[in-house]
Design a protein around this ligand. Structure first.
Ligand code: UTP
Length: 410
């Protein structure tokens, strides 16, 4: 047994991960050495601390907090003239080369269960298209209108990076200028089983992408933030990959972000009913915050204004405009981890691959909306749900591709 393997086994045991010893011994020397190197690269103390603080301790809630609605502009209630004005402001900004777009496509899409990056999933529309193609065409349309194509940064993760890049190459970037498209990978964090034990697969510790909150560190470490700054980009549209009705780089949304002058503007849609299981934008003790449906007191969730509209009804649709300066500021800010229990394949010590049929592991993810903690205020633009929000999360049923079967897009 090499010194490295001995040290790895010793370190694992010290941090209550002694089961890894069984993975180190049966292999050939080179394989053991490979796994040992991986084990020694981990900050085991931190992994245990994260697991204990999230899973064992549960959430410690500040029971007494002040909730207020955020500043909201309702896109579908403003006049045609105002919409045009906002759109012109946004288009001018795009024409001046001050805007870029980032798609966060690093998620594993475990609920959809598609074999490949979620963006490559082809929706059963009247004219079938993948989620990436939809985004590409939307972005191109806005660029054409403004007379200037928008630089597009696509965040991937280690597990889907190559397949994402290949997909764009094979489809000739769907007609987008490939010099304007840049791919970058987010970081990964180790996954543990339900007892906090590290999992092994193919001689490596199992890891998963660190959540969409990983965007800030990844944009900076990949050098893309610097590229944006150097090319004069002042505001950045940030979105997820899975909203089939996304309005990419919506000039009205951008115009509103410019007009309200805040460093961060979010797009929302209204809850269907007060008890819909979705988080909403609020001000919590005077600070912007995204409150989960499990956290909001029921009387607040059901509260309405004098017109009968929900006071706290603005669901996030993972569409934001960030100031580039804010993205820079967030690059080294720690965001808390949340846990998600998922089905994650792993190996037994004899190398047998196990594909679990029920959730078996804890993923640690940081969320983009925890960045709100670092800004004084945000503004929200509420869009029409039926026009701008159709998330593709599940294989069938609600929030699945079935919802869009046979439909035409814009
Ligand atoms: P979800 O929270 O729906 O996660 O991501 P997911 O991984 O795509 O799907 P499930 O939960 O495993 O079924 C919301 C958005 O954030 C991106 C996703 O790609 C999606 O656009 N995301 C999520 C990342 O870019 N990286 C991550 O680590 C997680």
């Amino acid at each position: 047994m090499s010194e490295r393997v001995k040290l790895a086994a010793h370190t694992a045991a010290k941090y209550d991960q002694g089961h890894l010893d069984r993975f180190l011994k049966p292999y050939h020397k080179a394989e053991s050495d490979f796994l040992a190197r991986d084990i020694l690269s981990l900050d085991m103390g931190n992994i245990n601390k994260t697991y204990n603080s999230i899973i064992k301790a549960g959430k410690s809630e500040d029971a007494d907090f002040l909730l207020e609605p955020p500043e909201v502009m309702v896109k579908y209630e403003v006049s045609e003239a105002e919409l045009r004005e906002l759109s012109d402001t946004g288009s001018k900004f795009i024409a001046e080369g001050r805007f870029a777009a980032v798609t966060m496509a690093g998620g594993q899409g475990t609920r959809l269960g598609h074999d490949g990056p979620k963006g490559t999933f082809v929706l059963p529309l009247k004219e079938p298209r993948s989620l990436f193609q939809i985004q590409c065409e939307g972005l191109k349309r806005v660029g054409d209108m403004a007379g200037n194509q928008i630089p597009w940064f696509i965040m991937t993760s280690r597990g889907n990076h190559e397949a994402t890049v290949d997909f764009f190459r094979e489809n000739s970037y769907f007609g987008y200028d490939k010099n304007l498209v840049r791919f970058f990978s987010q970081n990964e964090v180790p996954v543990v089983d339900l007892n906090g034990k590290l999992l092994v697969r193919d001689n490596c510790i199992v890891r998963a992408p660190d959540g969409n909150g990983g965007i800030f560190a990844a944009l900076a470490s990949s050098g893309n933030l610097e590229i944006m700054e150097r090319s004069g980009v002042e505001k950045v549209f940030v979105c997820g990959i899975d909203n089939a009705l996304i309005r990419m780089a919506d000039p009205v949304f951008l115009g509103y972000a410019i007009r309200n002058g805040k460093q961060l503007t979010s797009k929302s849609v209204l809850k269907r009913s007060f008890d819909e299981k979705a988080g909403v934008f609020v001000r919590r003790n005077g600070k912007p915050y995204y409150i989960e449906y499990t956290e909001i007191p029921e009387d607040k969730a059901a509260a309405t204004d004098r017109n009968g509209n929900l006071l706290f009804g603005d669901i996030g649709i993972v569409a934001y405009v960030y100031d580039t300066a804010l993205l820079k500021n967030l690059a080294d800010k720690p965001l808390p981890y949340h846990s998600a229990i998922k089905k994650i394949p792993f190996c037994m010590p004899d190398g047998t691959l196990i594909e679990p049929d029920k959730p078996n592991a804890v993923k640690f993810e940081s969320f983009i909306f925890d960045s709100f903690d670092y800004v004084d205020d945000i503004a929200v633009m509420r869009a029409d749900r039926s026009e701008e929000f159709a998330p593709i999360k599940n294989r069938t049923g609600e929030d699945s591709p079935e919802v869009l079967a046979g439909r035409s897009l814009l």
